[in-house]
Design a protein around this ligand. Structure first.
Ligand code: BV8
Length: 307
């Protein structure tokens, strides 16, 4: 580690040791090392669709079969994935007795919970791939922690990515079995009838993934809980992990903490040199895979608790 980076890490860890209230805002980059694609990186494409174009109410209204295959693929990938050292480091930080710590996650993959982060210290602001909701206005049916894969027989087999030669492609979608990199080629989706998709056991209407799509409002109850924690007292430190910070309202929390005098530490593969070099007052930047940089940086506190 260079002297400059060492100095930055030492300053950060000194502040960490004296921090009593910490918030983490995490994004898709935290799960990258677990093999799950990010939204805006090269893996941000699924069968040549832009993932953002599929995470909307309109996409579901127009073609629920396409959107359900997208979510069936992501449910399958998340179930096959394992929490990485970054998830585990944040889970251990939530067990440190001397620190009040909450994680705000934009991820819907469930890996923070599987890593051991207690649910009452985790805010899944964009929902979960493993929650299902009825689409009928009058029906309140919700199914939490549904890990059935595939959810219906027709969704079976759509979760694998196949290249033209019919070989199964790894979940990354950018390398084939012998490691040669291939770009994500268009692989057609099945045409599914609504009757083949997940149906509500209460009223028979279509079920949808229990996630927050673009253009949908977040749970006010959940937002109020987060506000409550932030307003309860000073936040000493905000960890911003593996997020491009492009999605509102999640990206608003960093400015709020900084406005209240909190310091910020960014963990990302893509950080400006000025941040890494410590030229931004009150902001540290640790460039690299969060699965490596996060456990290193948090060691002074998490080494106090058993994994
Ligand atoms: C809202 C669930 C208001 C689904 C997600 C028009 C109409 C309405 C709203 C808007 C509008 N225009 C803009 C908006 C606001 C909109 C928005 O922010 N749009 C963006 C695209 C500009 N927001 C919303 O719509 C939100 N709702 O505003 O409500 C409202 C009020 C009343 C009535 C109606 C509306 C809802 C947003 C939630 C969308 N749902 N997810 C699903 O997952 O399928 S967002 C989804 O994308 C993810 O959850 C995540 O939040 C986001 C992806 O962001 P990141 O996690 O940051 O991932 P990304 O790929 O971008 O970046 C990865 C980062 O990791 C990179 O920086 C990379 O460098 C780094 N990295 C990569 N590898 C590693 C790494 N770092 C460390 N280690 C590594 N190994």
């Amino acid at each position: 580690m260079s002297t400059r980076l060492n100095k930055s890490m030492m300053e950060f860890q000194d502040h960490l040791r004296h921090s009593k209230r910490i918030v983490a805002l995490v994004g898709a980059g935290l799960s990258a090392s677990s093999g799950l694609p990010t939204f805006r990186g090269s893996q941000g494409l699924w069968k040549n669709f832009n993932m953002i174009d599929l995470a909307t109410p309109d996409a579901f209204y127009i073609d629920p079969g396409l959107v359900w295959q997208f979510y069936s693929y992501r449910r399958h990938a998340a179930l096959k994935a394992h929490p990485n050292s970054g998830h585990l480091a944040l889970a251990r930080l939530s067990q440190v007795p001397s620190v009040e710590f909450v994680t705000i996650t934009q991820n819907v993959d469930g890996l923070s919970i599987r890593a051991g982060t207690p649910r009452h210290k985790l805010h899944e602001i964009h929902g979960s791939l493993f929650d299902l909701r009825c689409t009928s206005f009058g029906c309140n049916y919700v199914d939490h922690d549904n890990f059935v894969d595939p959810l219906t027989p027709a969704l079976g087999g759509t979760e694998e990515e196949f290249d033209r030669s019919g070989r199964k492609r790894s979940m990354h979608g950018d390398e084939d079995t012998d490691g040669a990199s291939v770009s994500p080629e268009f692989t057609p989706v099945k045409q599914l009838d609504d009757s083949e998709l997940p149906r509500c056991p209460a009223c028979g209407d279509l079920l949808r993934p229990g996630v927050v799509w673009f253009g949908e409002s977040l749970s006010l109850q959940l937002l109020n809980r987060i506000d409550g924690f932030i307003e309860q007292g000073p936040i000493d430190l905000m960890l911003v992990v593996g997020t491009s910070g492009t999605v509102y309202p999640a990206n608003g929390y960093v400015d709020r903490v900084r406005y209240k005098g909190g310091k910020v530490a960014i963990f990302n593969t893509d950080i400006e040199d000025s941040v890494v070099d410590g030229q931004q007052e009150g902001v540290w930047g640790f460039r690299g895979d969060a699965a490596e940089t996060l456990p290193q940086a948090l060691d002074p506190l998490i080494s106090q608790v058993c994994p």
